[in-house]
Design a protein around this ligand. Structure first.
Ligand SMILES: [Zn+2]
Length: 238
């Protein structure tokens, strides 16, 4: 299986054709401490043996450097385990002291959702341990630790907070929405709220009120018909 992201710019490295295959079970986010173009040039150097699968620029530009089913060397022991599972890694432009831009957050969410639909072996939760299928960031289990052999700040405090509070919740909500059963969708539709006059009412309540309105109209029509019939009777008598 070859997995190429349809909305990424193809910037495949030679390693994408030579390194061993993985079964992706995790997604790990990073910060470049540099620019997208600088990182691209650095990964291409013959004497540089590290890389990640993807890179996201400040404006949301997305590069794919590695096939998602091939090992990328950016996460130490999570790159590829003895059982063949491994992490998909995403670099992001900028520095650990900076927050992600809105465009970076939006692309992180879009990419995570695409990856998790494409590779159902990726856990739909935050990793509980270093080997647990799921989502993580580089220093999540320590630096040095199982995902990095050295002390480092990656992706940085502000970005970790955005990852926890914005990126992960949005990704999991998007996946949950598409996994809803027909019953859950029906319940969501009936319970959706609409404005009616100055009130908020559910679709179900609106239908019930419409039926009550129709009933009232019918009673009024019946009363009117009775009066017309009475008038007709009087006219026929005269
Ligand atoms: Zn990193």
């Amino acid at each position: 299986m070859v997995a190429r992201c349809p909305f990424a710019e193809a910037r495949f490295l030679p390693e994408s054709s030579t390194q061993p295959r993985i079964k992706p079970t995790q997604i790990i986010s990073h910060t470049m401490a540099g620019t997208l173009s600088g990182t691209d040039a650095w990964f291409r150097r013959g004497d540089v043996g590290v890389e990640t699968h993807f890179g996201i620029g400040r404006g949301g530009r997305l590069y794919q450097w590695m096939d998602t089913t091939v090992r990328a060397d950016g996460n130490y022991k999570a790159n590829r385990r003895p059982d063949g599972t491994g992490a998909i890694s995403i670099e992001t432009e900028g520095y650990a002291s900076e927050p992600w831009t809105q465009a970076q957050i939006d692309m992180l969410v879009r990419l995570h959702v695409w990856l998790m639909r494409t590779h159902t072996s990726i856990g739909r939760r935050i990793c509980r341990t270093a080997d647990d299928p799921g989502l993580g960031y580089h220093t999540m289990f320590g630096a040095p630790g199982p995902w990095t052999p050295v002390a480092k700040d990656c992706p940085g405090k502000k970005r970790i907070q955005q990852w926890r509070e914005v990126v992960v919740p949005r990704v999991l909500a998007a996946l949950k929405e598409e996994d809803m059963t027909a019953d859950e969708i029906a319940a969501a539709v009936w319970n959706a709220e609409f404005g009616r006059g100055d009130r908020r009412v559910t679709a179900g309540r609106m239908l019930a009120e419409t039926r009550e309105d129709a009933h009232a109209v019918r009673e009024a029509l019946d009363a009117l018909a009775a009066r017309v019939a009475a008038l007709e009777a009087r006219m026929n008598q005269s």
